[in-house]
Design a protein around this ligand. Structure first.
Ligand code: ADP
Ligand code: MG
Length: 264
């Protein structure tokens, strides 16, 4: 069964969507079978993967409303090399409708059961909020990937996010792991970025990815062409950094599996 990873941070603009699209492309380039799930009504990961968010149907909304299966809503994206479960503004309706629903945090988890073994990795792009959509992602996931922009308020909110993860572990998903913290838009010439980076290393040593994603204009340009950076400019620093992240992530998961097998 594929590893399901929720890419989450309730702060907006920290690089969740950029990480989701480019990590998906990098894992696919390493011949992994990847599904990207857009769980943000803004639909930025949908657009960044090359789909038209006004035209796609069914979407994540129909999946959460149990009007469509994941298999019915998945779109293959030839240029990107991975599958996409798209989202658009319709998803805001799910936020409201789910508040009334039975076992409302478990919709995505239940819907993914049928397809999880078709993929090596399922990456979920979360909205910038700890709302019912994010809870659905955390209940469905094996691991959480937290992109962090190393600036003054970066660590603010991390406590609330980690509390939410612990709450989900206690209530619904005891095996949910923190897969890793990722430094995004990193500028090594910036003293503050270095200080925050060091604080993260001190607090989260094992969970902090060694790979840092640099600030790189190609990563910001690629979505307007509906492409991951790897397809837009494969030699760019941004594309190479996400390739390095994919390699580091796969190595971690392999050694994690080895550790579990050894202790079994
Ligand atoms: P989030 O999904 O957390 O809101 P995004 O991935 O959409 O964040 O990133 C916010 C903005 O920053 C976008 O315009 C994106 O293109 C840009 N961006 C993200 N990562 C980088 C990077 N490493 N270098 C340059 N621009 C980036
Ligand atoms: Mg986003």
């Amino acid at each position: 069964m594929g590893r399901i990873i929720a890419i989450t941070n309730q702060k907006g603009g920290v690089g969740k969507t950029t990480t989701c699209v480019n990590l998906a492309a990098s894992l696919a380039a390493n011949r992994k079978r990847v599904l990207l799930i857009d769980l943000d009504p803004q639909g930025n990961a949908t657009v960044g993967s090359g789909l038209d968010r006004r035209e796609v149907s069914p979407t994540a909304y129909e999946v959460l409303a149990e009007q469509a299966s994941v298999a019915e809503a998945v779109h293959g994206v030839a240029g990107a090399g991975f599958d996409v479960l798209p989202a658009n503004g319709d998803l805001t309706a799910a936020e409201v409708e789910l508040l009334e629903a039975d076992r409302r945090e478990q919709r995505l988890s239940r819907q993914l059961r049928g397809v999880a073994d078709r993929y090596d990795y399922i990456l979920i792009d979360c909205p910038p909020s700890l709302n019912i959509l994010t809870l659905n992602a955390l209940v469905a996931a094996h691991g959480v990937l937290i992109p962090i922009q190393c600036e003054y308020f970066a660590l603010e909110g991390l406590t609330a996010l980690l509390d939410t993860v612990r709450g989900v572990q206690a209530a619904a998903n005891p095996n949910l792991a923190i897969d890793g913290l990722l430094r995004t838009m990193y500028d090594a010439r910036n003293n503050l970025a270095n200080q925050v980076g060091e604080q993260l290393a001190a607090h989260f040593e094992a969970q902090l990815y060694r790979t840092m994603i640099p600030r790189n204009v190609r990563l910001a340009e690629a979505p307007s062409h509906g492409l991951p950076a790897l397809a837009y400019d494969r030699a760019s620093r941004g594309a190479l950094a996400y390739m390095a992240l994919a390699t580091e992530m796969e190595r971690r998961h392999r050694s994690g599996q080895a550790a579990t097998a050894a202790s079994a």
